[in-house]
Design a protein around this ligand. Structure first.
Ligand SMILES: CC(C)(COP(=O)(O)OP(=O)(O)OC[C@H]1O[C@@H](n2cnc3c(N)ncnc32)[C@H](O)[C@@H]1OP(=O)(O)O)[C@@H](O)C(=O)NCCC(=O)NCCS
Length: 199
């Protein structure tokens, strides 16, 4: 992947994760409501140096071009991150190219829908990927809803291992065509009075 760019949405700045984000990640991420439906590889109880290790690994992945990790910063504050969103190329095995979490205090306002839509546009536009594999626990209703709203198609169900235990995992595929079909058309430019009008 190319160097992780800064992306913007109406309410958010998505900027590449930094090592100094570790303390705020430790504060916001070490929460059962955040980790419950994440992959069982996430250690729980979350160790005191968990975020430091995560940030170091994330920076190494970005330096090698293996993944992108963005800190989610609301334009109206606070100044530090309120969540993280990540993207990686399809490895043909895990069938999961995304990942995101948000501090519970900022949920229910459409912020992750906004962040996920911007990262998806980056994947299909700038990176020109043809499709994205995505997944979530079946009972993770908010994450599932974001995929549904984007136009993803459910392609498989299996047992997954999550921090909260074994549960049904839904696997989705979102194609560039299905994604683009959901996007609003750019506004049509009105012809000026002086311009010839073609039938
Ligand atoms: C998943 C998560 C990032 C969603 O963040 P968010 O900013 O609150 O999401 P949004 O506000 O954009 O809402 C997304 C949709 O889910 C819906 N939703 C939210 N909570 C829901 C719930 N408990 N049940 C049903 N739908 C729910 C919202 O209404 C919205 O749909 P709508 O636009 O049709 O109304 C957040 O819940 C989170 O961090 N969860 C823990 C980490 C996690 O599970 N990550 C995903 C792993 S696959």
């Amino acid at each position: 992947m190319p160097p992780t760019p800064v992306l913007q949405t109406p309410r958010l700045v998505l900027r590449p994760l930094r090592a100094k984000d570790a303390p705020v990640i430790q504060k916001r991420f070490a929460n059962w409501e955040v980790v419950r439906w994440l992959d069982a590889k996430v250690p729980w109880p979350y160790p005191a140096d968990g975020a430091t290790g995560f940030a170091a690994a994330a920076l190494a992945e970005m330096a090698k071009g293996e993944k992108s990790h963005w800190a989610i910063i609301p334009k109206k504050g606070p100044a530090d991150l309120i969540g993280v969103i990540s993207l990686r190329p399809d490895d043909g095995v895990t069938h999961d190219q995304g990942g995101f979490w948000l501090d519970p205090a900022f949920r229910g306002r459409g912020l992750m829908t906004e962040a996920a839509d911007r990262v998806t546009e980056y994947a299909f536009g700038k990176l020109a990927w043809p499709c994205l594999w995505l997944s979530n626990a079946q009972d993770n209703h908010a994450s599932r809803r974001i995929k549904e709203k984007q136009g993803a198609r459910l392609v498989d169900m299996m047992i997954g291992q999550f921090v909260g235990g074994a549960a049904t995992r839904m696997v989705w595929q979102l194609t560039r065509e299905d994604w683009r079909a959901r996007q609003p058309m750019p506004p049509r430019r009105e012809a000026k009075a002086s311009e010839p009008v073609h039938a």
